[in-house]
Ligand binder design. Structure first.
Ligand SMILES: [Zn+2]
Length: 481
């Protein structure tokens, strides 16, 4: 039987506020355990929470960027459960009145774009962390994270493949980073993803039973977990079994998902409005203020890149998919106003080097980047004025990424300067022709296809350093006899 995959995603984004959601404690990652705590986030009796204004502003900004309606009145609720990392015995979240609702995010480009509907985005606080690394099997609790502001962004079940889900996650992550509301650091848990996934017969209207996958912190693992679930559920259904509604965890070592809890064990959170917090009113002024603070988002940038730089859809799509890459490109074009040439290098060799080094595009913006716009442009200028050939320049770029040296240093040290001197090139051509009399005869009897063979030989003999345009010109002349 053929099945259709149905995926919905919940993403928890940690907001980049300096203080926590309901108290003044800091939110920096990596501080010594329990040093960023106070009576409020420790859940001591008699304290009162105060809403972090910045977190609310960040939520509104994100909601607007996701085309959501911002609710003029929304309310915090208590989500009750017991766990050692939750000292209050409840988490303050939003339930029936979230701050943002009914939006969408567009994924893909060039005719294959698709709108993924956003059901809601709500504010909540994070829990602490249990550390099971104590001596003699003891566990410890670190409450530094308790009370950190989160925005939970929930989609409708609109995604139809793991690839689509990952495309959505990447787009969302990049948007959050460019909005400057979240650092997008998945390894440090600033962005966590929980997909829910079900299968249904192709053409069926009703959804199948869904399985939720808990807290996954890399695009790679999210994809692997979803792919595993599709296989597992297909097998169960093909064998006539039933999918159980349950929450599963991804076990990276085993490469499989394992049951965490079933529906029967699911918590009844007994949500109710938090009596310590008055309903949060969002004024029109607050929304307009947030709207003014929005940076240029990728759709608008896509359009601008096409118009301003005259780039084709493919180039603009790649460049504007990441703010860091778009900024990098624009810095380069300012220094070297050849939009298409720069685009070819940035979307080609530069991205390739990032991939090889397992680095993200934001690496290009960092102060330690080995290939700053300045440095890339100095290499491109050398190609432009014939000092170095294109293929060699690519090897130089690789070396620049690996060693942090400048193009000029590498080219000089390795003697890679392009050979354009006619006398030197003619000498190589003469040698190649002398070694291959048969091919020379073939060419002269009209078999022009062997021309490529000669170009290849000359380039090889020159160690790739010959100026290809010059080689072509001289070869044509010499072979003509
Ligand atoms: Zn605190």
């Amino acid at each position: 039987m053929a099945y259709e995959v149905v995926i919905g995603l919940e993403v928890h984004a940690q907001l980049l506020t300096e203080s926590k959601m309901f108290c003044g404690c800091g939110t920096k990652f990596g501080a010594a355990p329990n040093t960023q705590t106070c009576p409020v986030c420790l859940g001591l009796p008699g304290v009162l929470p105060v809403i972090n204004r910045k977190a609310v502003e960040f939520a509104i900004r994100t909601g607007l960027a996701l085309n959501c309606t911002v609710a003029p009145m929304n309310r915090f609720a208590r989500k009750n459960y017991f766990y050692p990392d939750l000292p209050k015995g409840y988490q303050i979240s939003q339930y029936e009145l979230p701050i943002c609702e009914h939006g969408w995010l567009e994924i893909g480009q060039n005719g294959t774009s698709k709108r993924v509907r956003i059901r809601r985005a709500h504010l909540e606080e994070d829990a602490g962390k249990n550390l099971h690394t104590g001596i003699a099997g003891a566990s410890h609790v670190d409450l530094n994270r308790a009370g950190t502001p989160l925005l939970e962004i929930v989609t409708e079940p609109d995604l139809r493949s793991p690839d689509e889900a990952v495309a959505y996650l990447k787009k969302l992550r990049d948007m959050l980073v460019s909005l400057e509301v979240c650092d997008g650091n998945m390894e440090e848990g600033s962005l966590r993803c929980e997909p829910n996934l079900s299968l249904r017969a192709v053409g069926a209207k009703d959804f199948g039973t869904k399985v939720e996958l808990k807290n996954i912190n890399s695009f790679k693992f999210v994809k692997a977990a979803m792919e595993y679930e599709i296989k597992r559920q297909t097998k169960v259904l093909d064998e006539g079994g039933k999918i159980m509604q349950e929450t599963r965890l991804w076990d990276q070592d085993k490469g499989e998902t394992v049951v965490m809890r079933s529906k029967e064990e699911a918590n009844d959170y007994r949500y109710f409005p938090d009596p310590d917090l008055v309903p949060l009113q969002i004024t029109t002024e607050m929304v307009e203020e947030a709207r003014k603070s929005l940076p240029e988002l990728s759709e608008a940038k896509h359009k601008r890149f096409k118009e301003k730089y005259g780039l084709p859809d493919y180039d603009t799509g790649v460049l504007t998919a990441s703010k860091a890459l778009a900024d990098y490109y624009e810095s380069c074009v300012t220094l070297f106003p050849h939009p298409k040439t720069v685009s070819n290098w940035v979307t080609g060799a530069v991205l390739h080097q990032l991939n090889v080094n397992n680095a993200g595009t934001e690496e290009l913006a960092g102060p330690e980047t080995p290939v700053t716009p300045d440095r890339l442009v100095s290499l491109l200028k050398m190609v432009d004025n014939g000092e170095v050939s294109g293929p060699i320049a690519k090897a130089v770029l690789e070396e620049m990424f690996n060693t942090g040296k400048s193009a000029a240093e590498i080219i000089k040290a390795k003697g890679l300067v392009q050979v354009s001197d006619e006398g030197a090139l003619e000498k190589i051509i003469d040698e190649v022709m002398a070694k291959n009399p048969q091919q020379v005869a073939q060419y002269r009897s009209g078999k022009e296809a062997v021309f490529g063979f000669f170009v290849g030989q000359v380039m090889k003999e020159s160690g790739g350093k010959a100026n290809p345009a010059k080689v072509n010109e001289l070869l044509k002349r010499k072979l003509a006899g």
